[in-house]
Design a protein around this ligand. Structure first.
Ligand code: UD1
Length: 465
């Protein structure tokens, strides 16, 4: 059935947490290709996309396991009282999730040995566009790669020209053949690369060049690099694996090539988009929540816009406090690369502003076509007019429940947010999109007081694609 039901209106209240960052862990998993050995990554979210990436790595000959090392009490005959041992459980991540998973507490082990294939299939790339992240590491490690060309998707065209430009500058030969990107290199050579595009910096393009350059000869300088915290995370993982990288978090990243990398241990940052989604849900419902482990400093652009919408935001003893007014105020929002307002929170912000007093303009120049949720929201009574790259939102004090359909991850979250303040029941079809980027948003919202249920939707891969 794949349906999420929300009954509103509700005012969210209570304390919640966020899991590890999806967009940090996916490029880290891909970059592990570069470094033979056994890697341990902590705070990995139980997400469909993590399983998707584990499947791609499995096809290349790299096995990823969910691991859980828990103290267990054992009773033994002849022994006085129980004694405690640590028992490690392992579950193949490419086949899904283990029964023993505890949300917010995932850890993976990636075993990197010989690479047995150089191909990411059409099926893999169409399922998850972040699959492109294996291209550069494969070329750097084995000298050749075949990755299916990403086509268009519901948030608009997602070109990879900057990834290819970066690889060519490092000395790879790159051709487009039969729907595949075919790249090869006899040896990679560091160089200066300007990576800015028509819409600013590229996050995964920066990841591609930064990780490939680790095994190139000499120095690579990436100008107009993406500054996202997830790029810093990847750089930190690579440094732990022996890479020489500096400048991450700024517009200029410098990579000094090394001859090989080794295994690493890394703990992933909390997901800023999940934290932002929960904050938007609180403000949309005039609620008050405390988000326990969010990185407050990763979301200044969102805090600024939510404050402008009348919300009270504060950092309290390491946690983030978000309190909304009965009704938000209208405010304008424009997306930018980090540290600007994230395109990944644009739809959720619309979920807030549909109930605002006054008219707001939301502009997304990063992904200008990311407004498919607008016609669905109008079914709830929202008044939104889209003229790409903007949507004009005329706030209304009354939304009502209706049947709607989700088409992508963040749009699905936006529909849930709008539904929380709509009167009556909203039925969101294809709600499984949510599980590509949130471990269990419905349960988190339920804990905060929402009347929400799921049917046929779970974290299981088959149900969620
Ligand atoms: C990543 C995130 C995604 C987020 C996006 C922007 C992951 C797994 N995904 O996607 O959630 O929405 O950053 O913050 O981390 N572009 C080009 N040529 C290229 C590459 C990109 O023109 O070769 C354009 C894109 O069309 C877009 C802009 O650059 O307009 C930014 O895209 P980019 O930062 O590359 O997005 P992703 O890294 O794919």
């Amino acid at each position: 059935m794949n349906v999420i039901r929300v009954r509103g209106p509700v005012r969210l209240a209570g304390t919640t947490y966020v899991s590890g960052s999806k967009n940090a862990v996916l490029p880290i998993m891909a970059a592990s290709i570069l470094a033979p050995g056994t890697h341990y990554i902590e705070n990995v979210p139980f997400l469909v996309d993590v399983v998707n990436m584990a499947q791609i790595l499995h096809d290349l000959g790299i096995d990823t396991y969910w691991v859980d090392s828990k103290p267990v009490e054992i009773e033994e005959a002849g022994r006085l009282g129980p004694h405690v041992i640590r028992r490690t459980q392992r579950h193949p991540a490419w086949s899904g999730y283990p029964d023993w998973r505890t949300p917010g507490d995932g850890m993976i082990e990636i075993n990197v040995g010989d690479i047995v294939s150089d191909t990411a299939s059409y099926e893999a790339v169409s399922r998850m566009r972040a699959s492109i992240s294996v291209l550069g590491p494969l070329v750097a490690r084995v000298g050749h790669a075949r990755v299916s060309m990403p086509g268009g998707c519901v948030i608009g065209p997602r070109p990879v020209d900057l990834h290819l430009k970066g690889l060519r500058t490092l000395g790879a030969k790159v051709e487009l053949q039969g729907g595949f990107i075919e790249a090869s290199a006899a040896g990679l050579q560091g160089d200066r690369i300007y990576l800015g595009g028509p819409r600013g910096s590229t996050v995964l393009g920066t990841a591609t060049v930064m990780s490939t350059a680790c095994l190139a000869e000499g120095v690579t300088v990436i100008e107009h690099a993406a500054q996202e915290p997830e790029v810093v995370e990847l750089a930190t993982f690579l440094r732990n694996a022996g890479a020489r990288i500096s400048g991450d978090g700024t517009h200029r990243i410098i990579v000094e090539g090394v001859s090989s990398l080794h295994s690493a241990h890394h703990r992933v940052i909390p997901d800023r988009i999940e934290a932002g989604t929960l904050a938007c849900a609180a403000v949309a419902t005039g609620g008050e929540i405390l988000i326990e482990n969010a990185r407050f400093d990763h979301l200044f652009a969102l805090w600024d816009r939510l404050q402008s919408a009348g919300a009270f935001i504060d950092e309290v003893g390491g946690a983030t406090m978000v309190r909304g007014q009965k009704r938000p105020q209208a405010t304008d929002v424009s997306t930018f690369p980090y540290p600007g307002f994230p395109t990944d929170l644009q739809a959720q912000m619309a979920g807030v502003l549909v109930r605002a007093e006054g008219t707001s303009v939301i502009t997304d120049r990063v992904f200008p076509e990311r407004f498919w949720y607008a016609p669905e929201m109008t079914r709830l009574g929202a008044r939104i007019r889209v003229e790409i790259p903007s949507a004009t939102v005329q706030g209304t004090d009354r939304l009502w429940g209706a049947e709607v359909a989700a088409r992508d991850l963040r749009g699905a979250a936006a529909l849930v947010i709008a539904a929380l303040s709509a009167e009556g029941e909203t039925v969101i079809r294809d709600g499984g999109h949510l599980y590509r980027g949130y471990e269990d948003l419905p349960s988190q919202l339920k804990f905060l007081g929402a009347d929400i249920s799921v049917e046929g939707v779970s974290g299981d891969v088959e149900d969620s694609l």
